[in-house]
Ligand binder design. Structure first.
Ligand code: AMP
Length: 180
């Protein structure tokens, strides 16, 4: 990252996103964050920004598979707190609790270990992209069902035209680069 301090974090992210048309299915423009991850200053700036906002207010970070693991685990490390993976069905080895939610075609299921929380831990949920919000909504509900207190949801990128915020109404939601 070589930009001057005047360049906003949203611009930094936008400059390191790669649009991949028709992935994973025709008509979808996939926001590929691998160039952002490959730039240590830009990746660090995104994590630092989340840490400034959330430091002292959360006890754990929960990351959504798979790219939420990357941002979420880096953030948890920076804050000196633990990390909880929210995984796709069938991946976790222990006893799990899960939540299913609708996709455009079919359904998906996410899972966490049933003993992820003692109860009342303040948790920040992290993903890379807020799209329709279905995954984030299911993740927040699942963590609450497992007795965590979901403090907020963060993603560096929001696809506003998919109206994911509506599904997270009433929650503290922060995104940095909002794509209209
Ligand atoms: P959602 O529609 O909000 O439930 O998004 C489902 C998952 O797919 C989330 O983990 C997003 O990070 C990811 N995702 C959805 N749409 C895109 C996209 N256009 N580019 C990159 N990731 C996406």
């Amino acid at each position: 990252m070589t930009e001057s301090p005047q360049v906003s974090l949203a611009e930094v992210i936008a400059g390191r996103l790669r649009d991949i048309p028709d992935f994973p299915t025709p008509g979808v423009v996939f926001k590929d964050v691998t160039p952002l991850l490959a730039d240590p200053a830009a990746f660090g700036a995104v994590v630092d920004d989340m840490a400034r906002r959330r430091g002292g207010h959360v006890d754990l970070v929960a990351g959504i598979e798979a790219r939420g693991f990357i941002f979420g685990a880096a953030l948890a490390h920076e804050l000196g707190i633990g990390f909880v993976p929210v995984r796709k069905a069938g991946k976790l080895p222990g006893r799990v609790v899960g939540a299913s939610y609708d996709l455009e075609y079919g359904t998906a299921t996410i899972e966490i270990h049933e003993d992820s929380f003692v109860g009342g831990e303040r948790v920040l949920v992290v993903d890379d992209v807020l799209a329709t919000g279905g995954t984030a909504q299911a993740a927040c509900g699942l963590l609450e069902q497992a007795h965590a207190e979901v403090v907020a949801f963060e993603a560096p990128i929001e696809l506003a035209f998919l109206h994911g915020r509506q599904r997270l109404a009433g929650r503290d939601v922060h995104t940095t680069l909002v794509v209209h």
